[in-house]
Design a protein around this ligand. Structure first.
Ligand SMILES: [Zn+2]
Length: 108
């Protein structure tokens, strides 16, 4: 399984595209496509034809995934968008903020 420096539950900053500069919480990581769904971001309107599920058809909000390459983790320690480096504590790898040294509890 692939490992990303971004995990579900992280707050991330979007670096490119129409949501550039916005932040949100990661709700899903899509490992296969290297993308993440960020809460409230990259919503587009989808025009749906009437179907069994949506007999009226109409416009739906679809939460479109964003490439993980374009996301930066907001460090919970210094509240800044920061690069994350991996630190090997001996038993496990932990994520560490390069700016303030805050160690994320989450292991990868
Ligand atoms: Zn930090």
């Amino acid at each position: 399984m692939k490992k990303f420096k971004i995990k579900k539950g992280d707050t991330v900053l979007v670096g490119t595209g129409k949501e550039r500069g916005k932040t949100g919480k990661v709700v899903t990581i899509l490992t296969k496509s290297d993308r993440a769904i960020v809460e409230g971001l990259n919503i587009y309107k989808k025009h749906a034809k009437p179907s069994k599920k949506y007999p009226q058809g109409g416009i739906m909000d679809v939460n479109s995934p964003i490439k993980i390459d374009n996301l930066t983790v907001i460090c919970p320690g210094c509240k800044k968008a920061s690069r994350i480096k991996m630190k090997n504590t001996g038993r496990e790898k932990r994520r560490v903020c390069v700016k303030c040294g805050e160690v994320s509890d989450a292991t990868l």
